[in-house]
Design a protein around this ligand. Structure first.
Ligand SMILES: Nc1ncnc2c1ncn2[C@@H]1O[C@H](COP(=O)(O)OP(=O)(O)OP(=O)(O)O)[C@@H](O)[C@H]1O
Ligand SMILES: [Mg+2]
Length: 342
């Protein structure tokens, strides 16, 4: 499905006019950003998108979720399973939007009520596209192009999520200009904490064209589960989890980096589950879907045949964590929305 792009409008309207006309339509756009590679951006985007779409479907809502892959690696296509399938244009339509030659290409229904704009290797052309000569101020026009294209389709979507690449500033800026909220996954690696600096640089550029951009919070990703100690009541029932050791230290360290910025670190931690993650990417499933799959007898045969060590419980644990993280993230977004648009 391809939507026309209003390339001419950017040329005729002032920046303020464009921003004022598109921002109200983009209140539910969340980008997932950390300049560091392997911080959990794509896994988080795929899982939250699939979960939100499943919740809308279960509630009988007609609204949908749109997941956008802005990474030349195209890993969102692996996690959601649309890579290499009909409709996968490897990011061509995003380049068309940036160059003003076409509209966004949306693959409908990769899951019930979940649509996708595919990414992939064609997005590597972005830097060359940024040096276009379409208008007097080409960079402004290009930076606003994705936001404008999304504003045209946003009425169909309850949420639009954008998976950002690491290190590629041009694509990160494009996403940030469209964003209302920025979700920042941070993994245990020191580089992921340093990646927060990259996030703040992206904010600096984006705020000039997007006064609404708001950091949603930091999601701790890929930490060892042994650093979550179970708290039990007198009867021995688990009533909570206490962070210890490396995880507790990292949370403190990130809190220090965030200082008085007001950016929260979400309570839920996505713990390390390498086999679960491998199987998800290999089979194009999100955690909850893998948990369902691994609970079946077919899987047990498959796992035995391929000597897979994945247990039902670990996929389920990852699924529950992601569900809790999603609930926290959406709750924070709703609180911010209520405050901003009261
Ligand atoms: N809970 C988990 N535990 C361990 N590894 C995980 C977990 N979830 C995902 N992974 C794996 O960690 C790797 C990095 O995750 P992901 O691709 O989501 O990060 P990213 O920030 O998008 O990376 P990039 O910057 O390269 O785009 C992937 O191989 C993914 O399958
Ligand atoms: Mg990624």
């Amino acid at each position: 499905m391809t939507f026309p792009h209003t390339a001419s409008r950017s040329q005729a309207w002032s920046t303020q006019e464009i921003v004022e006309s598109i921002r109200p339509k983009l209140r539910r756009v969340m980008i997932v950003l950390n300049n560091k590679g392997g911080a959990g951006k794509t896994t988080t985007t795929a899982n939250i998108s699939a979960q939100l779409a499943a919740a809308l479907h279960a509630a009988g809502s007609s609204k949908r979720v749109l997941a956008i892959d802005l990474d030349p690696q195209g890993n969102l296509g692996l996690d959601l399973g649309h890579q290499g399938k009909p409709g996968d244009d490897e990011g061509q339509s995003v380049i068309d939007v940036v160059e003003g030659t076409g509209g966004l290409h949306i693959i409908k229904d990769v899951r019930p009520q979940l649509d996708v704009v595919p990414g992939g290797k064609i997005l590597k052309r972005i830097t060359a596209s940024m040096i276009g000569t379409r208008s007097i101020d080409p960079r402004r026009e290009i930076l606003l192009s994705l936001a404008e294209a999304l504003a045209e389709v946003a009425h169909d979507y309850e949420w639009i999520l954008i998976d950002c690449p690491p290190n590629l500033a041009d694509l990160q800026h494009l996403a940030a200009v469209a964003a209302e909220y920025v979700l920042i996954p941070v993994c245990f690696d020191q580089g992921a904490i340093q990646g927060l600096e990259g996030v703040s640089e992206v904010f600096d550029v984006a705020t000039r064209l997007n006064p609404s951009i708001t950091p949603l919070g930091v999601l701790l990703f890929g930490f060892d589960r042994q650093h979550l100690r179970k708290i039990r009541d007198e009867d021995g029932d688990v009533i909570g989890l206490k962070e210890i050791g490396f995880l507790a230290k990292k949370r403190r360290e990130i809190m220090e980096v965030l200082g008085d910025s007001g950016i929260p670190i979400f309570q839920t931690v996505i713990t390390r589950a390498v086999n679960v993650a491998d199987q998800c990417r290999k089979h194009g499933r999100v955690f909850a879907e893998l948990a369902d799959l691994t609970a079946g007898s077919d899987w047990k045969r498959h796992a035995k045949q391929h000597q897979l060590t994945l247990s039902t419980e670990s996929a389920e644990t990852s699924a529950i964590e992601m569900e809790e993280a999603t609930a926290e993230i959406i709750k924070r977004a709703m609180t911010l929305e209520a405050e901003a648009y009261a």
